[in-house]
Structures are given as C-alpha cells and as structure tokens.
Design a protein around this ligand. Structure first.
Ligand SMILES: Cc1cc2nc3c(=O)[nH]c(=O)nc-3n(C[C@H](O)[C@H](O)[C@H](O)COP(=O)(O)OP(=O)(O)OC[C@H]3O[C@@H](n4cnc5c(N)ncnc54)[C@H](O)[C@@H]3O)c2cc1C
Length: 336
C-alpha cells in the first residue's frame, strides 16, 4: 500500500503555503519522481554522485535558491526548505549536495566575500557550472570547530595555508573549496580553487549512508593564496557558524520529510489505514498501543527495508531514522 506524502499532512500545513511555494515544491517533486529515483539506486550502490543531474537542478533554481542577485532565484526561505524536503525524499546525498552548494559554499561567499568574489563565483555556482565544498571539520575537530588546527600565515601580500579537513561533502568534485583556517587574529575563510599547487583531495569510501554523495579529505600543503582568495568579511568563528545556521533551515525540512517517510512506513507495516500519525509523540503512542512491541516493529522495519529495494529512499536515510527508532526504543524502555 502506498501513501503520498500529502496524505500524511495531519496538521494541514499545506494550507499555510502560498501558490508559489506549492508550485516550487511540485516542480521539485516531479523532478525527483521522473529524473532522480529511476537512476539513483545505481549511484547509491556504486558510491558515486549523479553529476548528470546538476544542470537540471540548476535549471530548477535549486542552487542558492534563497539568495538574491548574482543569478540566484531569490525565492523565500520556505521555498528553499520545501526544495530540501523534496530532494531528501529522492536521496539524502542529492539533498546534501544542494545544501552544501547553496547554504554553505555559496552563502559563505555571499555573506563574507567581496563584491568581486561574489560576481566571480556566484553566477557560475547558481548555474551548476562551478561546484563548491565547505571545509570546516578536521580529523580531530568535528563538533568543536574552534579547536581547528588548519593555519594560514601572512606571506608578503598573500597567504600560505597548511592543514587537513575531513568529511567534506563534494570535496573531490568541487571546483572551489571554502576553507576555514586559523590566522593571527582568529579564524577566517579562504577560497581555494581546484588545481591550486599544494591542494589535494582523497575520497572516503565505505559509508553506510549518504552513499550517493562524495565525501573527501582535503589536504593543504603550503598552498599559496593571494588576497583575492581571502574572504574579507569572514572574521571569527561566527562566519562559518552563520553558514551552518543557513543549512540548518534545510535540515529542519529534511527531518519533516523523514518523519513523513517513517509514518508512511508504519502505515504500510501495520496495515492500519485509519492510523493518524503526525509527530514522534503520536508515533510513540501508536507503538505503545500496537499489536507488536517496538523491538518487533524495529526488526520488521529493518528486514523490510533491507529486503525491499523499492524502499531505497528510506534505506539511504537510514542513519537519521536509526536515530529516531533508537530514541523511540529508549522512550519505550524508560516507559515515558
Ligand atoms: C557524510 C558526511 C558529510 C559531511 N560533510 C561535511 C562538510 O561538507 N563540511 C564539513 O565541514 N563537515 C562535514 N561533515 C562533518 C560533520 O559536520 C561532523 O561529523 C560533525 O561536525 C561531528 O563531528 P565528528 O564526526 O568529529 O563527531 P565528534 O565531534 O567526535 O562527536 C561524536 C559524538 O559526540 C557528541 N559530542 C561531541 N561533543 C560533545 C559535547 N561537548 N557534549 C555532548 N556531546 C558531544 C556528538 O554529538 C556526537 O554524537 C560531514 C560528515 C559526514 C558523516
């Protein structure tokens, strides 16, 4: 039994959307149905990113969708969130690509770059002709970026950059990397273009999720950069963190998508069409009152989506659903 995502709009959120927002969502939904789902499983299996979809995504105005000027679509934030929500329903890796390109790489230049840098990079990025990545995480510094060890020192009128970034989405396919580094005054950002001497990348393989997404290590070995590659308005940790805030808006929407998928899965698994699930709390209530216990449901959930390739979008989002299930198990065990 299948249920469309709109069947699961128990709080009638649709009524809050404008016709333009619904139109944007419908365009991305059609794109996902017709152009993403038919081929993305192959990329998931082979750990490749579907680069062939990038021009079409650009045409749909996905990159930098909520930025104004510089060839960006200038949509509102809700539309941007709906785009992320629909892309996530296709594949987490594809959504991640769009999120990194837009909210991290483009937004870093948009918010901290000079006018020359904005004009030089943003139109090409909006058109999908330039791919960006965002290098903040380091091998020993993930949740605490303030501990970063990547350093840039002044050298005449330019800079010399040294360090390593790890777990960087789009790393090896990016034409430019936004790199955060420590300088004498604190933390600042640089634009490092592919091919710059001393800059190399290495892909990380064997990921359990986000498989249709490239994740890389970036290495900077005495990389020389001129001032034109320094983000002049990136002062302090606030600069990269404001990019993460931009990205979080999309992350919130992808969570809505995942909850919808989990709800749909429960409807399918339990075969109770009358069930009305709208949030995790309702889900817990359902599980408490259901014929199977949560462990059983979990086992059925896992065996079903491993065994049924048609549920590939769920499998690819597994790490987040895992988190939801783990917390549900916790709630059940604690009895609250
Ligand atoms: C597929 C993928 C793509 C990514 N893409 C990018 C990218 O494009 N750019 C980028 O810069 N980074 C990227 N990352 C890195 C990601 O943002 C980091 O994984 C994240 O910041 C967490 O860092 P960590 O993995 O080192 O975990 P850790 O910091 O080691 O944390 C491990 C666990 O401990 C918890 N924890 C940590 N500190 C505390 C604390 N003080 N109190 C309580 N709990 C704590 C965390 O919540 C987490 O559960 C990516 C990661 C993955 C897996």
């Amino acid at each position: 039994m299948t249920h469309s995502l709109t069947d699961l709009d128990f709080y009638q959120l649709d009524d809050l959307l404008s016709p333009e927002e619904k139109m944007t969502r419908e365009a991305i939904r059609q794109f996902v149905q017709r152009e993403v789902l038919p081929g993305v499983e192959r990329h998931f299996a082979s750990e490749t990113f579907p680069v062939e979809l990038v021009p079409r995504m650009a045409q749909l105005g996905i990159f930098g969708a909520n930025l104004k000027g510089y060839g960006c679509a200038g949509m509102n934030n809700i539309s941007y969130g709906l785009i992320m929500q629909e892309l996530e329903a296709g594949d987490s890796g594809l959504r991640s690509f769009a999120s990194v390109q837009s909210a991290l790489a483009m937004y870093a230049i948009y918010s901290s770059g000079s006018e020359e840098q904005k004009n030089r990079y943003l139109p090409g990025m909006a058109q999908g002709k330039l791919i960006g990545c965002f290098g903040l995480t380091e091998p020993d510094h993930g949740s605490d970026p303030g501990g970063m060890e990547t350093r840039a020192r002044k050298d005449g009128r330019g800079w010399v950059l040294n360090g390593t970034k790890r777990w960087i989405t789009n790393g090896s396919i990016a034409d430019l990397a936004i790199v955060w580094a420590r300088v004498e005054e604190g933390i600042t950002g640089f634009i490092v273009e592919k091919g710059t001497l001393g800059f190399s990348t290495r892909d990380i393989h064997g990921k359990f999720s986000m498989r249709a997404s490239i994740t890389s290590e970036l290495v900077f070995d005495d990389v020389r950069l001129d001032e034109a590659h320094h983000l002049p308005n990136a002062r302090g940790l606030r600069a990269p963190l404001s990019c993460l805030t931009q990205a979080r808006f999309g992350i919130m929407h992808l969570r809505i998508c995942i909850l919808e998928v989990v709800n749909r899965l429960c409807l399918d698994l339990l075969g109770q069409e009358h069930l009305r699930l709208g949030c995790e709390a309702d889900l817990v209530t359902l599980l408490d009152g259901s014929q199977g216990d949560i462990r059983e449901l979990e086992v059925r959930f896992r065996s079903t989506h491993v065994g049924n390739r048609r549920r590939k979008n769920i499998e690819r989002s597994f790490y987040i659903e895992d988190d939801i299930l783990d917390r549900l198990v916790e709630v059940k065990v604690r009895g609250d």
